[in-house]
Design a protein around this ligand. Structure first.
Ligand code: COA
Length: 157
């Protein structure tokens, strides 16, 4: 999937605000555009009003970026800009990702998140369950070590 440059701008505008620098989770523009050149990666956007078809100049509230391998899809990045949080946009975008993965024939989706990320409440609400743990996977500049939690959702395909 080769996205229009406008969409990479939109993804990066959210990326630059949404991820706390200390965890090193944000990707740079080259990482995003290289991933989307590969062919098995896709992305989705959400506008502040919840719509997904953004016109030129529209503000972007959030995005996801994922990679499919055969019949499994990994949610690599998922974010809503801070000023649009706790309005249900994360729910809407995650629901859209799950539905489209199912429609694309995926058997399951999975993701990895840092332990204690509030995103865990959102994933649990959509039925994700923990399948693994990588101890001390994230290291913050202050030296703290945080586990990575792997989660999956079976899609019934
Ligand atoms: C996680 C994230 C996408 C949620 O987006 P959002 O638009 O605020 O999500 P919603 O408004 O749909 O809320 C979904 C639920 O998630 C939970 N939640 C989200 N943020 C929370 C927080 N700060 N504290 C506690 N629960 C939280 C709540 O259960 C919430 O439901 P509620 O508002 O009905 O209580 C957003 O906080 C984000 O971009 N975080 C930074 C990037 C990130 O960590 N991404 C996930 C990587 S694995």
């Amino acid at each position: 999937m080769t996205p229009p440059p406008d969409d990479i701008d939109r993804i990066m505008a959210v990326m630059d605000q949404a991820f706390a620098a200390e965890y090193g989770e944000a990707w740079n523009r080259k990482q995003v555009s290289d991933a989307l050149l590969v062919g098995n990666c896709r992305y989705g956007l959400i506008a502040p009003d919840g719509s997904q078809d953004l016109e030129s100049g529209d503000e972007t509230a959030g995005f996801f970026l994922s990679r499919a391998i055969i019949d499994e899809e990994e949610l690599l990045l998922f974010a809503i800009s801070p000023k649009y949080r706790r309005k249900g946009l994360g729910h809407a975008l995650l629901g859209r990702f799950i539905l489209s993965a199912k429609q694309n024939g995926m058997r399951r989706v999975f993701l990895e998140m840092r332990d204690n990320n509030p995103a865990g409440f959102l994933y649990a609400a959509h039925g994700f369950r923990q399948i693994g743990l990588r101890p001390a996977y994230y290291r913050t500049p202050s030296g703290a070590r945080i586990d990575a939690i792997s989660q999956e959702l079976a899609l019934g395909n």
